[in-house]
Design a binder for this molecule. Structure first.
Ligand code: AMP
Length: 277
């Protein structure tokens, strides 16, 4: 496994492979990330993983400096998965003096995570665009856990004619249903114990949908009521949106819906979602 910190070294190393899959991450790896690595290996043979806590996708009020990091452990996990290349650039390698070009998708900033986190998707789209240009992967792998990110990345790749196939893989969960996330490590044991209500609430709404409920307001209310049973969990938004445009729905039609929510447990902000199709 080659661990590389410069763009030049990645370009040289990448040239040895015909096909390669890229898994972009911010590190502090868990089974969710590793599921993407395994999928990339199955489909592409060779795998590159980037580990980069991207400063431009955090607002000044967010957790950039305290975002969990453990590079040694991450490298051990990736070595055990048979990863070929790991790219761990310093911020100055990605954003050198004089850097000034950003990828902006204005519609993404109007809804869901984009509305809650101004300029977040500008940072995400910019860094993913750069990573795709640097590694030039055949396919790049993203988790359904970050549903709006997958919509943003797909649109960017389409709009900018980037010759990489985007693959979205299912959310990996803890046995009690909590979506795996590097941020789960911030939870106190009390918060961790109640956090699975998030998935229970999403599942309950999905069951109502399967039983025939199509009124989005009723489904949002059902989720809100279930979350209210755990006062430590404070919802920031509860959304039933069109899975492609991410615009809020009144009634769920033939395209189904993305049910998604963000909730705070103390200062920890968690997101989760389910697709209804
Ligand atoms: P992150 O390190 O949080 O930026 O995540 C890197 C990639 O892993 C993104 O494409 C995430 O959507 C994906 N990911 C994070 N958590 C999970 C999970 N629980 N299941 C599947 N993919 C995940």
């Amino acid at each position: 496994m080659q661990v590389l910190t410069t763009i030049d070294a990645v370009r040289t190393a990448r040239a040895r492979f015909d096909q390669i899959g890229l898994v972009p991450t911010m590190g502090y790896l868990h089974e969710g990330h590793l599921s993407l690595v395994r999928r990339a290996r199955e489909e592409c043979g060779a795998v590159a993983v980037s580990i980069f806590v991207n400063p431009t996708q955090f607002s000044p009020r967010e957790d950039f400096s305290r975002y969990p990091r453990d590079l040694e452990r991450d490298l051990r996990l990736l070595e055990a998965e048979g990863v070929d290349l790991v790219f761990t650039p310093a911020p100055g390698e990605i954003y050198p003096e004089g850097f000034g070009t950003y990828v902006v998708l204005p519609a993404a900033d109007e809804v869901l995570e984009g509305a809650a986190r101004p300029s977040h998707f500008r940072g995400v789209a910019t860094v993913v665009c750069k990573l795709l240009n640097i590694v030039q992967p055949t396919r790049a792998y993203f988790g359904q856990k970050d549903a709006q990110q997958t919509v943003v990345v797909r649109q960017m790749v389409r709009d900018l004619n980037i010759p990489t196939t985007i693959v979205v893989a299912p959310t990996v969960r803890e046995p009690d249903g909590l979506a795996m996330s590097s941020r789960n490590t911030y939870l106190t044991s009390e918060q961790r114990a109640v956090a699975p209500v998030i998935y229970r609430a999403l599942r309950a709404a999905a069951q109502s949908y399967q039983a025939g409920e199509r009124d989005a307001t009723c489904l949002r209310q059902q989720i809100a009521d279930l979350l209210a049973s755990e006062p430590l969990v404070k919802p920031e938004y509860i959304s039933l949106a069109d899975p492609m445009t991410l615009l809020e729905l009144d009634t769920i039609g033939a395209r189904g819906a993305l049910i998604s929510l963000a909730a705070r447990l103390g200062s920890v902000r968690l997101i989760d979602n389910l697709l209804l199709d």
